[in-house]
Design a protein around this ligand. Structure first.
Ligand code: ARG
Length: 457
């Protein structure tokens, strides 16, 4: 009982199972550096405001610095029996410097302390995840640039639709990931306000300087309402939502890589370094990394849902339910980072089977729209041209030929307007290179997208 920082009122020790149920040290000790830096800023402010003496302030600062160094070097390990990282650091400080350590928590509560630590920790994590996303985007740009002019079938409903380039297809993912990085940065900016000095819920009678600690810890300012300061976990939800959507994008990309790697497609082959084999089937090469990314997406959705549900019924201000914020948001970051870390090299090292893509583009009548457009150029209304082309496709299917293989005499049976220039219009490579509308699939458009995206990185 005596080792609890809140010992005093109670006459009976907490039941052992209840104590371990209540503890968060198993997952909040990863915030030790943020906790110590927050305490250093708090103590320096208490000293500057004359709330503690210079001697106490200096003893606290030296003690905290030594604890941080010892934790970093491994000379000190976190006590797994401590209730949480906040009480562990305070107890260790008091053990080392005595009474000054007992003055550290003046004008502070674990409620504003934990809100501060989580914000500082997630600020770093967000920056790191954004750089992992940018790294993946830059890998995508490299591959897209190499295959800017590689023709492949574009799909809708997973049916061959119209010809595009592989570079264009890849750059679609770069756009999604750019928005993901933007969302994380937006959430981080909104989060970057210091709750320290909100205290338990109602501020304090001590003459604290919240602007001073906020500035010392790199925040843009201090939270304006002390209840909100300790009760807000919107930033966890926002970041989890941004990560969940990013995982959606990785999962769609993963699904395509899995499809493309199959014998049915054979558009890409993953490097042996990013695939696995089967324990029984000697020929197998499985895209386990991509499948795991797709699978882990559900975890991050679960983290988001758990955070939203944890908050929805809570009266103001702090409630212990909020201790559940950390495992969820930490898991969301850990999972997203792990996925991004394998995704970039997996994408960068895959072999692109350009010939297979080009061959696939040759069947499936993906130039049918272009045939209809040729008729439109002869002043046939589009809907009429569409219907006529449909009948020609049906005839080709009957004869087992492509649109390019159907002789001109056959075309003329459908319309006297047809002449030899139609073959130029339905040439698959021309179908791509003539789609010059802004944001389209041509090799030049891909190179322009790559250039613009690189400039944004
Ligand atoms: N371990 C707690 C958490 O993660 C720290 C705050 C505890 N505050 C309290 N009033 N019990 O939320």
């Amino acid at each position: 009982m005596a080792d609890k920082i809140w010992a005093g009122r109670a006459s009976q020790a907490v039941d052992a199972a209840a104590d371990s149920f209540n503890s968060s040290i198993g997952f909040d000790s990863r915030m030790y550096a943020q906790d110590i830096k927050g305490s250093m800023a708090h103590a320096a402010m208490l000293q500057a405001q004359g709330i503690i003496s210079a001697a106490d302030g200096e003893a606290i600062a030296a003690g905290l610095e030594a604890i941080l160094a010892d934790l970093e070097s491994g000379a000190l390990t976190v006590d797994p029996a401590a209730e949480d990282i906040h009480s562990f650091v305070e107890a260790e400080l008091t053990k080392r410097v005595g009474d000054p350590g007992r003055r550290l928590h003046t004008a502070r509560s674990r409620n504003d302390q934990v809100a501060l630590d989580v914000r500082m920790y997630l600020r770093e994590r967000t920056e790191n995840t954004v750089s992992l996303i940018k790294n993946l985007i830059s890998t995508i740009c490299t591959v897209a640039e190499e295959y800017a002019f590689t023709v492949m079938p574009g799909y809708t409903h997973l049916q061959r639709a119209q010809p595009i380039t592989f570079g264009h297809h890849l750059m679609a993912y770069a756009m999604m990931l750019l928005r993901d990085a933007g969302r994380l940065n937006d959430a981080s900016k909104r989060m970057n306000v210091s709750p320290l000095g909100s205290c338990a819920l109602a501020g304090t009678t001590y003459p604290i300087d919240r602007a001073m600690t906020a500035a010392a810890l790199g925040f843009d300012g201090a939270t304006m309402n002390s209840l909100d300061g300790v009760a807000d976990r919107d930033f966890c939800v926002e970041l989890a939502a941004a990560l969940a959507l990013m995982m959606t994008h990785l999962s769609r990309f993963a699904e395509e890589i899995i499809l493309w790697s199959s014998w049915e497609f054979r558009f890409v082959e993953l490097s042996d370094a990013y695939s696995t084999g089967s324990s029984i089937m000697p020929q197998k090469k499985n895209s386990d990394m991509a499948e795991l990314v797709r699978g882990k997406t559900g975890r991050v959705y679960g983290d988001l849902m758990a955070l939203l549900t944890m908050l929805k019924g809570l009266p103001l201000a702090y409630n212990k339910d909020m201790q559940e914020d950390k495992e969820q948001i930490f898991d969301a970051f850990d999972t997203a980072d792990a996925c991004l870390t394998v995704f970039a090299p997996m994408t960068g090292t895959m072999t692109v089977k350009a010939d297979n893509m080009r061959r696939a583009a040759g069947t499936g009548f993906i130039n049918a729209t272009d045939l209809a457009d040729w008729l439109v150029s002869r002043d046939v209304p589009f809907r009429t041209a569409y219907k006529l082309t449909g009948q020609i496709v049906a005839e080709c299917t009957r004869l087992g030929v492509t649109l390019e293989e159907l002789p001109l005499e056959k075309y003329k049976e459908f319309s006297p307007l047809f002449d030899g220039t139609l073959y130029d219009a339905i040439d698959i490579d021309n179908c791509v290179s003539r789609r010059t509308s802004y944001g389209g699939p041509t090799g030049d458009s891909v190179l322009a997208q790559v250039k613009a995206v690189r400039a944004m990185l």
